[in-house]
Design a binder for this molecule. Structure first.
Ligand SMILES: NC(=O)c1ccc[n+]([C@@H]2O[C@H](COP(=O)([O-])OP(=O)(O)OC[C@H]3O[C@@H](n4cnc5c(N)ncnc54)[C@H](O)[C@@H]3O)[C@@H](O)[C@H]2O)c1
Length: 294
């Protein structure tokens, strides 16, 4: 029997906003394989995630295949808009949802994780944002476009620059996985607001980073997930997003929607020794939809 054993590995997982986030399922899969899970959540989501991890009524969503529950070693607040605290504007610094945290920059968060946990073996980037996601590309403002690129794409570069010294030359190597979407390669009409550009940037960035970090045995890969009705995705176009899922499902070689657990399992593979020679790769977890022309 071939088993995936990540015991002793430290996984820093960004992008858990609730218990429907891809990152939630990824954290569960990594935990089920034995990894120590450290979350870096948007400062506004920290208390929500804390309660999802402890409330009795959410026990089912925490359940792992062996009957135990998802537990995390620590939750750090992290807004990936900021590389260091010096980047944080005054209005954000004094916002009551941020003011309670002394540190929430990428560098501060990664340093804290690397030092407190003695290194980082796995980094999950599952973060995306555009304030104008509902706008067509032609109507997207410059400010929203740059913000989408910064949060959804550049943050991977920044996270890995900060994490390099904690991920280099780990036993068996280290692995970073980021989430992308076919809308970064082909036209998905509703994927505006700078998000399609952000995913396109993320895809070439991941390959650049795979090259830049390969000599230190840090692998960088992407999962291109099919459409999935996370709470955030549903709220973008209420009632409409489900139609996109049905559209893709009807045209996919595997004629059904994806499940978040399938994205998590593919991520687990990329983080495991089974993928030790896989880097700079985009793994489509979309029931094969990307292969279709009609
Ligand atoms: N849902 C889909 O159909 C789909 C398909 C393909 C790829 N993806 C990608 O998967 C990833 C996760 O999306 P999801 O569907 O799980 O939705 P989600 O809303 O649950 O996850 C996105 C996360 O990004 C976080 N975030 C946004 N701005 C941030 C910031 N400035 N700092 C820190 N965190 C921030 C949010 O708090 C949230 O937890 C994203 O990269 C998304 O583009 C989603």
């Amino acid at each position: 029997m071939v088993a995936i054993d990540l015991s002793g590995k430290v996984a820093l997982v960004t992008g858990v906003g609730d218990n429907e986030s891809f990152a939630w399922f990824i954290a569960k899969a990594l935990k089920a394989a034995g990894a120590t899970i450290v979350l870096a959540c948007h400062p506004r989501m920290v208390s929500i995630v804390e309660s999802l991890l402890t409330r009795p009524q959410d026990a089912d969503s925490r359940r792992l295949p062996d009957g135990s529950e998802l537990t995390v070693a620590k939750i750090f607040p992290c807004d990936v808009s900021y590389d260091t605290m010096a980047d944080v504007p005054e209005a954000v610094r004094t916002d009551r949802r941020y003011a309670k945290f002394p540190e929430y920059s990428i560098q501060g968060t990664v340093d804290a994780v690397g030092q407190q946990f003695g290194g980082i073996d796995i980094l999950i980037h599952s973060v995306a944002f555009s304030r104008e996601i509902t706008k067509l590309a032609k109507d997207t403002s410059r400010a929203a476009y740059y913000e989408a690129l910064g949060i959804s794409a550049y943050s991977l570069t920044s996270l890995l620059r900060s994490a390099e010294k904690y991920m280099e030359n780990r036993p068996g190597g280290a692995s970073a996985v980021a989430l992308t979407y076919l809308g970064g390669e082909r036209v998905v009409p509703y994927y505006g607001g700078g998000m399609s550009a952000a995913k396109a940037a993320l895809q070439i960035d991941a390959r650049q980073l795979a090259h830049n970090l390969g000599a230190k045995n840090i692998r960088v890969n992407l999962i291109s997930a099919g459409p999935y009705a996370s709470r955030a995705a549903r709220s973008i176009r209420p009632g409409e997003f489900e139609k996109s899922i049905q559209y893709a499902a009807a045209r996919s070689p595997l004629p059904r929607p994806i499940k978040p657990e399938e994205v998590a399992n593919a991520t687990l593979f990329l983080c495991s020794p089974l993928a030790s020679a896989v880097t700079g790769h985009i793994l489509y977890v979309d029931c094969g939809y990307h292969a279709m022309a009609v």
